[in-house]
Design a protein around this ligand. Structure first.
Ligand code: ATP
Length: 277
């Protein structure tokens, strides 16, 4: 793993170190070295090793039960490593909890949609800006004279993110009334509102039809153009091929292939893992 403190620009290329250009800087956003995880006697991950370069989209594929979500959980501070080492933007992040991982610039979405019931689209995203606000989440959601300025900043930040993901015109709708695809985009918007430099998405197109997943794929393209690093766990082969720079395939807890997507997904060992032949 390379050791670097270089940071990509946040989405929208507004970071102080912005070069205004797209594409990888050549340094490592996420480095995994021999990660393993067991639940009791059950070995779920064995010696998972790969590097994710900055400003790239990296796919993680594999059959059901392969260990993809377990890996994403470890990488975001949910659960303890049984072995191995992880770096984020060149810093050792092994064993850090979710709060510490978030402080390193990581945000994630979950396989099952986790939106707050009863909040509008805008409020869902405002909740994500909380990490950067002086006021508490509750007070920043309330309209009070004492924190009006903070409230305005929160609103502006949420609107900027909603514009970016194409949901600005839906901001005042209750999130639970939105389509499944839009709810997924709200989740991504909420993660982006934390201003991450490394975004991890767990099956962002699960259950979607073409009309829904293509906007997600286009969103990944724009995030990469703006310097974001994205790790995406996906079953959607078309998205993996279209949007990823590299893909790692995990089967039974081991990385069985890692390459650029077209080649990787056609390897015989990958076909065997998926189709048994
Ligand atoms: N907390 C846990 N305790 C025991 N076993 C677990 C736990 N979490 C996951 N597992 C097991 O680890 C294995 C990998 O599960 P995981 O959810 O990571 O797979 P996955 O590749 O994400 O699957 P899918 O594509 O279906 O979401 C499974 O056998 C699962 O039952």
């Amino acid at each position: 793993m390379s050791d670097t403190t270089a940071r990509p620009t946040p989405y929208g290329a507004r970071g102080a170190d912005s070069t205004g250009g797209a594409g990888s800087t050549g340094s490592t956003a996420l480095g995994l070295d021999s990660i393993s995880k067991s639940f009791g006697g059950l070995h779920v991950l064995s010696s998972v090793t790969f590097d994710v370069p900055e400003a790239t989209v990296f796919g993680i594929a594999g059959p059901n039960g392969a260990g993809k979500t377990t890996l994403l959980n470890l990488l975001t501070g949910f659960g303890t490593f049984s072995g191995g080492r992880m770096t984020i933007h060149g810093q050792d992040a092994t064993g850090k909890d979710a709060r510490a991982i978030s402080a390193l610039g990581v945000a994630r979405t979950f396989q099952n949609i986790r939106l707050f019931r009863g909040l509008t689209v805008r409020e869902q995203v405002e909740a994500g800006t909380y990490r950067h606000r002086k006021a508490s989440l509750l007070s920043s959601l309330a309209v009070s004279p004492t924190d009006r300025r903070d409230r305005q900043e929160t609103r502006a930040a949420a609107e900027e993110v909603l514009e970016f993901v194409g949901l600005a015109d839906q901001a005042d709708r209750l999130a639970e009334t939105m389509s499944y695809g839009d709810q997924r985009r709200i989740e991504i918007a909420r993660a982006l509102a934390t201003r991450p430099t490394l975004l991890m998405l767990d099956e962002p197109t699960a259950g979607m039809n073409d009309a829904d997943w293509l906007p997600i794929a286009e969103l990944l393209d724009r995030l990469r153009s703006d310097g974001m690093t994205v790790v995406v766990v996906e079953h959607n082969m078309r998205l993996l091929e279209r949007s990823c720079d590299r893909v790692a395939v995990i089967a039974a807890g081991e990385v069985i292939a890692e390459d650029e997507p077209y080649t990787c997904l056609r390897r015989p060992e990958v076909r065997r893992a998926y189709f048994g032949k």
